[in-house]
Write a new protein. Structure first.
Length: 262
């Protein structure tokens, strides 16, 4: 796809475009490494190798368990984890999960958010405020959380954190895509590949999905492929339905994982 982009002749060699191309190449490289991961530790290390550039040092990703779940049940829902061990023990033993303001936002299926935005939710919640304050004691002062859904529709919280995060504008959408791909790979590694019918996408559907992977809007995809916006939207909706997902970002991640686009 990167070679195809360059053959279009529509990319200008200015500074912004070079930065955009570099980010695009980096994104494809990390998605390919995720696809080749053979353990959840590999997945975690791969994601953090990318995310360390904006200050992330630790991550935690897992399905949201039912309210009142025991510590053991909560831990069984964790998919990826490099949290400081003492903090993870305190967090799950103290039932902090059910007071964590970031989890409240995940359950609302919020767009990617910084932890300081979540802190505003717990101004009148003593335990919620304690959760955020105690995380700082373990060098998790700033964080970014992404809400994702499994193919079965279960909510997943995917958080990265460190002493200081510097997430440049637009990077949250890139991280959402990479996190979705990491999540899919982790689920396969933990549960094994689920039997599923072979997914077939038409040539036009693949084209639409590839350009969506580049971050183009419906109108941008339509212009690039010389089709109507309605047709581009119809193709994307058909792709999401065939892949069993509800968002275009999840569709792109699942297509990468299945080798439908590259």
């Amino acid at each position: 796809m990167r070679d195809k982009l360059r053959r279009t002749g529509k990319i200008h060699a200015d500074g912004n475009t070079r930065n955009w191309r570099r980010r695009l190449d980096d994104t494809y490289d990390v998605l390919e490494r995720l696809r080749q991961s053979r353990s959840t530790d590999d997945v975690s290390n791969c994601f953090l190798a990318y995310a360390c550039r904006f200050g992330a040092t630790n991550l935690l990703a897992g399905q949201i368990p039912p309210p009142g779940s025991s510590r053991r049940e909560q831990l069984s829902h964790v998919l990826l984890e490099t949290w400081p061990k003492e903090w993870a023990l305190r967090y799950f033993s103290s039932g902090y999960l059910f007071h964590d303001p970031t989890i409240r936002l995940v359950c609302r299926d919020s767009p990617p958010f910084l932890w300081r935005e979540a802190c505003e939710l717990c101004q009148d919640d003593g335990i919620g405020s304690r959760v955020m304050a105690e995380a700082m004691d373990f060098r998790l002062r700033e964080g970014l959380t992404i809400a994702l859904r499994t193919l079965e529709g279960k909510m997943v919280g995917f958080s990265v954190a460190g002493e200081r995060l510097e997430v440049e504008p637009g990077l949250d959408q890139v991280l959402q895509l990479i996190a979705a791909c990491a999540l899919g790979q982790a689920i396969v590694l933990v549960d094994g590949e689920r039997p599923r019918d072979h997914v077939h996408l038409s040539g036009r559907q693949r084209d639409v999905l590839r350009w969506a992977a580049e971050g183009l809007t419906i109108d941008g995809i339509a212009e690039r492929l010389t089709i109507s916006s309605n047709t581009a939207d119809t193709h994307l909706r058909a792709v999401r339905e065939r892949l069993g997902v509800t968002s275009t970002i999840h569709a792109v991640a699942e297509a990468f994982r299945l080798g439908l686009i590259s």
